[in-house]
Ligand binder design. Structure first.
Ligand code: KIV
Ligand code: ZN
Length: 536
């Protein structure tokens, strides 16, 4: 029997520290549900002491998501641990994950603590956390650059204090596979209580070695791997979940280890995380990149046609890549449409199915053949977006080499219609200015991208925008066969998220922020400042 490797997903905590990454609490919940469906063993849902939003996100996930262990991160102090206790209270299987740095450079320059003080804080944190839960993980931040003697002392102390999982992070992505495996072996051999705990690894990708290091550590006895979907994370990212899982799966004869992951959920979870975070997947990304299963060279194509295994070591079906078969068209009925959504893992409410079907029918009027990619993109961008305060009803743009770009936009808020005109540096800019006039906001455009979802001249264009409002970054996506319309929809989706977030903070009683919420709007409020962040 192959031994099991636990997959500890930290997309919502370490991954969320990626530059340009942003998720609201509802999106985090949706991501956590997808992770649970993919059967990860542990979801690290956030760092509750870092901000009220993070605490709320962990709380929501702990109450709603069943199956995986739900962990929250805490520095080695009582206040942070109390915040995790509050956040994971509703979880079926709660875990407190506490950490402190153990390398000389971190202790001296960051913590300004002596090794003895770090030892005491570690042991005391674990002892305190065990008052609340049975499942306590301890991480020695920057372990790979720490003195192994000191690591042994600290790990010995926290195991005696009740830690059940011991994590050995390569926080700055400095280790090589041989060194890292040697460290794991040494710790497991030298620490008397080592077989009472699960050894865990957590690798960053600064030298592109995160996955190699994690796999080397697994061969040295680690039985939990911490990783993120698409490898997102601080700086160069974390070890990528899909690469670890598929390496263990594809090379199971070599590793003789297995995970509980349902590999057929990998692709859509990857797309979901990319869609809601606004962080695209690079085309040549292993396992989930657009080109991962594409064969361009004639000689490769020939080989694959004769026998797939000539150039394919795993099949796209194993990770759940939808075939690009044209699935639906103008005459397809609601039941067939719903079935296709379900077949691709989309569990929508009746109201969402209704809205998706209407959007689908509108698309059929513009495009003859609709692919599953078109439908998935449409559902993610137009149906699952934040509640729509404003709806795009009509627009008109005029532009040319001798004319200043002008746009007229009509938005609906409930039954009431608002129309405004504006000029801009281009047709999209003019549209955004007209939308700003209606909604009464002027967020900064931080990023804008457009791509074709499917092939052909009538391809669906998918626009992604990121806008900044105060210290919050909001992602919006929009699809249409008309790229100007897709751009307007994407911008409006982001604006609707800002309005939704402001209303939430108003309801939570946070202080009012300057500015209004556009016509017919109620009072608005500022998002609280993001709190302390955590390294690595
Ligand atoms: O990289 C790191 O050391 C971390 C710890 C907090 C586990 O993310
Ligand atoms: Zn980390």
């Amino acid at each position: 029997m192959a031994e099991a490797i636990r997959i500890f997903d930290t997309t919502l905590r370490d991954g969320e520290q990626s530059p340009g990454f942003t998720m609201n609490t509802q999106e985090k919940l949706e991501a956590a549900r997808a992770l649970a469906e993919m059967r990860v063993d542990v979801i690290e849902a956030g760092f509750p002491a870092s901000s009220p939003g993070d605490l709320e996100g962990v709380q929501l996930i702990a109450r709603d998501v069943r199956g995986p262990i739900i962990a929250g991160l805490a520095r080695a102090n009582r206040a942070d641990i109390d915040a995790v206790v509050e956040a994971v209270r509703g979880a079926e299987r709660p875990r407190i994950h506490t950490f402190i740095a153990t390398s000389a450079i971190h202790m001296e320059h960051k913590l300004r603590m002596s090794p003895d003080q770090v030892y005491e804080a570690s042991v005391e944190a674990v002892r305190y956390a065990r008052r609340f839960v049975d499942d306590v993980e301890f991480s020695a931040e920057d372990a790979s650059r720490s003195d192994p003697e000191f690591l042994c002392r600290v790990f010995d102390g926290v195991i005696a204090a009740g830690a059940t999982t011991i994590n050995v992070p390569d926080t700055v992505g400095y280790a090589t596979p041989e060194e890292y495996a040697r460290l794991l072996r040494l710790l497991r051999e030298r620490i008397p209580g080592s077989d009472r705990v699960v050894w865990s690894v957590h690798c960053h990708n600064d030298l592109g070695l995160a996955v190699a290091n994690s796999l080397a550590a697994v061969q040295a006895g680690a039985r939990q791997v911490e990783c993120t979907v698409n490898g997102i994370g601080e700086r160069a990212g974390n070890a990528s979940l899909e690469e670890i899982v598929m390496a263990l799966h594809t090379r199971r004869n070599h590793y003789n280890l297995e995970t509980r992951i349902d590999t057929t959920k990998i692709y859509r979870t990857s797309r979901l995380i990319s869609a809601i975070s606004g962080v695209p997947v690079q085309p040549n990304k292993a396992i989930v990149g657009d080109n991962a299963f594409a064969h361009e060279a004639g000689i490769h194509q020939h080989g694959v046609l004769m026998n797939r295994e000539t150039y394919e070591i795993m099949t796209p079906e194993t990770i759940g890549i939808p075939s690009n078969k044209l699935v639906l068209g103008k005459h397809s009925g609601r039941h067939a449409f719903k079935k296709v959504l379900e077949d691709h893992g989309l569990r929508l409410s009746e109201d969402e199915v209704h809205r998706a079907f209407q959007e689908f029918k509108a698309l059929c009027d513009k495009k003859k053949q609709i692919s599953i990619e078109d439908i998935l993109s449409l559902v993610e961008s137009q149906v699952r977006a934040a509640p729509q305060t404003f709806d795009l009803r009509a627009f008109h743009v005029s532009t040319g080499s001798t004319l200043p770009p002008m746009a007229s936009v009509t938005l609906a808020r409930g039954e009431v219609l608002f129309t405004e005109e504006a000029s801009g540096d281009g047709p999209v800019d003019a549209m955004y200015n007209a939308i700003n006039k209606i909604v009464g906001l002027c967020p900064t455009l931080a990023d804008y991208a457009i791509k074709a979802v499917s092939g052909g001249t009538d391809a669906v264009g998918e626009a992604t925008v990121k806008v900044r409002d105060g210290d919050g970054l909001f992602v919006g996506r929009g699809t249409s066969t008309d790229v100007v319309e897709a751009s307007a929809r994407a911008y409006l989706a982001a604006v609707n998220k800002i309005l939704h977030e402001r209303r939430r903070w108003t309801a939570a009683g946070t202080p009012d922020a300057p500015g209004g919420e556009g016509r017919g709007a109620s009072a608005d409020a500022r998002r609280p400042q993001a709190g302390t962040t955590v390294s690595g």
